[in-house]
Design a protein around this ligand. Sequence first.
Ligand SMILES: *[C@@H]1O[C@H](CO)[C@@H](O)[C@H](O)[C@H]1NC(C)=O
Ligand SMILES: *[C@@H]1O[C@H](CO)[C@@H](O)[C@H](O)[C@H]1NC(C)=O
Ligand SMILES: *[C@@H]1O[C@H](CO)[C@@H](O)[C@H](O)[C@H]1NC(C)=O
Ligand SMILES: *[C@@H]1O[C@H](CO)[C@@H](O)[C@H](O)[C@H]1NC(C)=O
Ligand SMILES: *[C@@H]1O[C@H](CO)[C@@H](O)[C@H](O)[C@H]1NC(C)=O
Ligand SMILES: *[C@@H]1O[C@H](CO)[C@@H](O)[C@H](O)[C@H]1NC(C)=O
Length: 498
Amino acid sequence: MRSPRSHNSTTTRQKQANPLSFGFLSKSLAISSLILAISSLILISLYIFFFDESYNYQPSSLLLRTFQKNFQATATRPHSHPPTNLSHIVIGMVGALKTLKHKTAYIKAWWRPNVSRGYLFLDRAPTSEFLPWPSSYPPFRVNEDVTRLKVYPKIANPIQVRIVRSILEIFREGDKNVRWYVMSDDDTIFVLDNLVEVLAKYDHTRYHYIGTSSEFVKSNSDFSFDMAFGGAGYILSYPLVAALSTKLDDCIERYSYSWFSDLTLHECLTDLGVILTEEKGLHQIDLRGDISGLLSSHPQSPFLSIHHLDTVDPIFPSMNRSDSINHLMKAAKVDPSRLLQQTICYHRPSNWSFSISWGYSAHIYENIIPRSTLRRPIETFSRWRNASRPFYMFNTRLPSKDPCRAPHVFYFDSIDPRVDGRKTKTVTTFSRVAPRGLVSCSSSGNHSADSITKIEVYTSPEFRLEMKGKDCCDIVHAADIHTTRVTYRSCVEGEIIA
Ligand SMILES: *[C@@H]1O[C@H](CO)[C@@H](O)[C@H](O)[C@H]1NC(C)=O
Ligand SMILES: *[C@@H]1O[C@H](CO)[C@@H](O)[C@H](O)[C@H]1NC(C)=O
Ligand SMILES: *[C@@H]1O[C@H](CO)[C@@H](O)[C@H](O)[C@H]1NC(C)=O
Ligand SMILES: *[C@@H]1O[C@H](CO)[C@@H](O)[C@H](O)[C@H]1NC(C)=O
Ligand SMILES: *[C@@H]1O[C@H](CO)[C@@H](O)[C@H](O)[C@H]1NC(C)=O
Ligand SMILES: *[C@@H]1O[C@H](CO)[C@@H](O)[C@H](O)[C@H]1NC(C)=O
């Protein structure tokens, strides 16, 4: 068996053997790349100048037209293809029979029977307790037996090879009109509408490897910062999977010492010249305990997936795990693009800050707190495992008992799409679960929010959420002192809301 160590020493020896030719090559390469870079810069500036809509310039030069074509091919979906929809996506979940019983509730929370396409890959055929196999689950497939592979004796971790080979097996199903293959664990929960919206931005005719790293620094440093973690789900374009289908077994042989399927895939894709594209809405959740802090300050990006719900507390404190995820999905059904998107606004007469993670939580602070602070998750969660600092891939705030810094916490309770005359309005209610248990913040005027038990958030489908943190809101104190009303609106251009 080839170990990582012997592999490294081979490459080192190769480098030492040709020091001159390597140096010469890299210098001439550097010069030609510089020339290339400068000419493309000129081209891009020309392009921006001539194609900016405000100039309304019709391109005539062949050169520019060619450039425009190439530019569009890489930057956007080719217009010759109809928009991506759910039918273009095939999802492969990989699990094991032993743990299946605990995972079915998670699959049912998001899978759309007879609509979403995909398979659940298992290590063994389902036993009688799962039969007949319900049509509300994705159809199952039993993974090929890796002990029959020629490379089997060399493989360090056969289970992980079984998992990564699901990519081959899903491709061999031969589904028609596939643009994207999504691979995940059996306990990954997706928001399918957002997945469609995000994938529609990419050109499915090119190679794409879309995913996310772990939240936990040590998980990334142990494997790779450039690797997609499969629990969060990763997405491969059809042509990339087609290319992999003839190369993956060779990669498995080349990296037979690999201990992790995601790492094998990353190594194989790197050899194909494909690098990871990060999507911030995918979530591996290598965290423990109460992840409400993270979900209350979600990055401004469509919420795509969540994983490891069995190893964290239920995301709604008054519910168990499966009810919690079904509850979140009630909001997802009404307005998926807004789900978990954070909107911040201020109420000057009482010096309060509001931070709302739509469909999940609402926080009131009895103080004016900058947005840059509120965007940092409160570290309600704990480490995935022991490690040294820094633990997380993002900045956090520590939970505080300071009445000027600790929020009053409300969780998503109910959602009510209403028709008001000719307009539709969605009223989303957030309820207080427990009293804050602190005195009021005196330095900002001693305005207590203790009496508020409910926050009603009004959104209207007339304006679509801009995924750039540009959602604004106004606070209206309702007549009832127990309820506060928040109305979402589009921000005015250049509005400073601090
Ligand atoms: C999805 O797009 C395809 C075209 O690629 C179209 O034929 C199909 O009707 C669309 N499906 C839905 C549900 O819109
Ligand atoms: C899925 O479709 C099949 C056949 O068309 C039908 O028998 C079954 O009831 C459907 N299942 C669900 C959950 O809608
Ligand atoms: C969760 O709670 C609901 C009732 O609140 C119950 O019906 C369901 O069986 C519980 N699920 C689990 C996995 O305990
Ligand atoms: C946790 O990690 C730190 C630093 O890496 C180390 O000093 C400490 O002993 C570890 N604690 C446990 C319980 O392993
Ligand atoms: C808001 O807080 C500031 C101090 O941060 C204070 O000077 C001001 O009086 C407060 N305003 C109200 C309405 O309480
Ligand atoms: C703040 O208000 C509470 C009543 O809401 C009052 O008991 C307390 O004395 C006030 N504190 C200050 C510093 O004004």
